[in-house]
Design a protein around this ligand. Sequence first.
Ligand SMILES: [Zn+2]
Length: 325
Amino acid sequence: MKKNYKKALIEFSEQLGLTLDTQTATIFGVHNGYSVCLTPVNESYQFTLSVAVSYGEGMPDAKILKGAVSKSKTVRACTVQGYRANYSLRAGMTKKKTGENLQEALLAVTSYLHENALENCCQSCGALGATEVYNISGTAEILCENCFSKRCEEVAEKETQQNQKKENLIGGIVGALLGSILGAAAIVLLGQLGYVAALSGLILGVCTLKGYELLAGRLSKKGIVISIIIMLIMVYVGNRVDWSISAAQYFEDLDILTAFRLIPDLLKEGYLESGVYYGNLAMVYVFTLVGAVPTIISTLRAKRQANVSHKMSGDIEKRWPKDFQ
Ligand SMILES: [Zn+2]
């Protein structure tokens, strides 16, 4: 989350008398007697307002819930999933306007719910009464305490299953090799066409990791290390093959295989410019990194998020305002 955006979310939550959960970027709390959460769409000023309500201790009528759309200019649409209603809100042109819109929509929707005798409840079992907003594997859910325990067990069980799914190491290595060969081929092909090495580095980085994940079943830390080693080797090999082909084309009595073997000598004797050779190699390495790092980060982050489930709290971001000064 960008700093300025965080700051804006904190401002909104303060204006609304709600709390911001930094991990999920969700603004949550109790408004007008209802547990509410406001989830932004991809770090924008466009939010989804979610509530969980019951009518006469049963599921609410979706048509009635959708009726709230006409009560507010900000509310654009409504989708209903059981007890839970998600209202998509229009983004404001400015931060100030967005803050005002959120306030208006919150009041309009919750008042409408009151008028229609819709009562705050758990989104899962419909139990009336106190609910909290929980972070379940990265998503905000409005639950009673019982259902939260149940969801925790489900998440834990899923995690066990995932960990039991054995990583196929041999498959992973084969996959990484195949992926890296694809990348190395791109280095040679694009190199021969005279293109900059950037794109082929990206391809090699992504394909190696994806190849591992595909044939191993999952990408573990061990898999990441193995993939990186394969990348380091294959970038070197791909670059050397590319130069061997060029050398064989240039020196008539040289074939590609001999050129590949003789590259160090050609560099030493000055037949090939070592500055250009190593410069090119370094660039492919850099772009392989550029291709690989986002995949590695998102893999590790997805793993962290998947195993998280807890009550949302505002404790963490209370320390933030200092960071902004
Ligand atoms: Zn429940």
